[in-house]
Design a protein around this ligand. Structure first.
Ligand SMILES: [Mn+2]
Length: 428
């Protein structure tokens, strides 16, 4: 555990510079009818993004994996890491489990343990992209040729049952949502019938939807390729919307920023889904080529800013209550350092989106004035809003400079000493 006294001690030498920078920025932001800086700080301080349980360990590629050392050996240790992350950044107040990588024997005990650390359970993720002992252990069914889209009814049934199991587990943990990302698709033209696959998935999702308790939501997550390399059943936002509509009223679409073909206009996708009331959640990451799962905001920060602009517009001045999660693979960086940087990038994009003068932007749009529209966006995007994010962290009892604090505390070395150098967390 990282205690708040230690954080305060590390903040102390930074406070006077921070206060000065914040005062300067606040004066500039609030000038000429700009947003109330206090409201921006309040919005940032209230924002929470979930950390995924599988991203507390080092990610691998099919060419290899290089563990960072001290990786969590069990779900409780993943919760410890998210609690440490929360202590540093303030904004990661929940964890998102991926079953069966996480399949706690005592869900109530785990829930209590997490609550004691200030961590709740975000959306549950049902894994049917690998064979796993809980559903396919008898060897009679396999997800090799798909799960919900499989031509074999017994395999489809096993996949539905796994999702029901994950919902029931989520209920015991206090989660309120299920995310369904399917690897279903084909690698070879002619391998399967597009329409038959889609209809089977729609039917399976309906069955899963019918099992959702009151107050629960379900998310369909699209992705154009990988591991299926010719076609995927839920390949884009249009298919995702059709599947959510087919599943039922509790279903909506989850947008993973890496799950688009290059140059896709993701902010427009966000606008469309919000418009029809079927925008459910986000998986944050960044990419250069495909589903690279790189640090959020590290490659295309302007796109992230524009996406947050659409969210703020959809939420009427604040981002709407969706399921926000970081979904990244940390191949080179210490996973916690990568999550610190991603959380920071998310807060910065949110702050910049709140700085946009939306009324003036609307007027520029209605007046066919693209140059002025650009000026308004750039005025917000070019503003260094880091003091606002830092202040939001401080008000949550977190660190003004979280990466430096993490290193000063020596968290990784302590985990290596405790857990061992060669531990490998469950995940891909
Ligand atoms: Mn994802």
């Amino acid at each position: 555990m990282i205690d708040q006294d230690r954080i305060a001690e590390l903040n102390q030498p930074l406070v006077s510079d921070h206060d000065r920078e914040l005062a300067e920025l606040s004066a500039r932001v609030g000038r000429g009818g700009g947003p109330d800086p206090e409201a921006v700080i309040g919005a940032l301080a209230g924002f929470s993004v979930a950390a995924p349980s599988w991203a507390l360990g080092t990610g691998g590629t099919r060419f290899g994996r290089f563990p960072v050392g001290g990786e969590p050996r069990a779900t409780v240790e993943k919760i410890d890491d998210v609690a440490a992350l929360r202590a540093l950044v303030g904004a990661t107040r929940s964890i998102s489990l991926h079953v069966p990588w996480d399949d706690p024997a005592d869900p109530e005990g785990l829930r209590e343990y997490a609550a004691g650390q200030g961590i709740g359970f975000d959306a549950m993720n049902s894994n049917t992209f690998q064979d796993n002992p809980s559903t396919t252990g008898d060897g009679k069914v396999s997800y090799k040729f798909g799960s919900l889209a499989n031509a074999d009814p017994a395999t489809r049934q096993a996949a539905v049952e796994h999702n029901l199991y994950v919902i029931d587990l989520g209920v015991r943990l206090g989660s309120r949502a299920l995310t369904v990302w399917l690897a279903d698709g084909t690698n070879h033209p002619g391998q399967a019938d597009f329409r038959a696959q889609f209809e089977r998935v729609a039917e399976g999702l309906r069955g899963i939807h019918d099992h959702l308790p009151e107050g629960w939501r379900m998310f369909t997550e699209h992705k154009p390729f990988e591991p299926a390399f010719y076609s995927t059943v839920n390949q884009d936002w249009g298919s995702s919307l059709l599947l959510a509509q087919a599943a039922g009223p509790k279903a909506s679409c989850l947008v993973d920023l890496g799950h688009h073909l290059p140059n896709a206009n993701i902010e427009q996708v966000v606008s469309r889904l919000a418009m029809v009331g079927r925008l459910g959640g986000f998986h944050f990451n960044d990419s250069k080529y495909g589903d690279d799962d790189l640090t959020t905001g590290s490659i295309t920060p302007f796109q992230l800013f524009l996406i947050f602009g659409e969210l703020v517009a959809a939420g009427g001045g604040r981002v709407p209550e969706l399921a926000y999660m970081i979904d990244q693979s940390h191949n080179l960086k210490d996973p916690i350092e990568d999550l610190i940087q991603s959380t920071e990038a998310i807060l910065l994009a949110y702050a910049q989106a709140l700085l946009v003068d939306r009324e003036a932007l609307r007027a520029a749009q209605d007046g066919n004035d693209p140059a002025l529209a650009q000026e308004l966006l750039q005025a917000a995007f070019r503003t260094d809003v880091r003091p606002l994010a830092a202040e939001a962290r401080r008000r949550n009892g977190a660190a003004l400079a979280p990466l430096a604090a993490y290193r000063a505390i020596g968290y990784r070395d302590a985990r290596i000493a405790e857990r061992g150098r060669g531990t490998v967390a469950t995940g891909l």
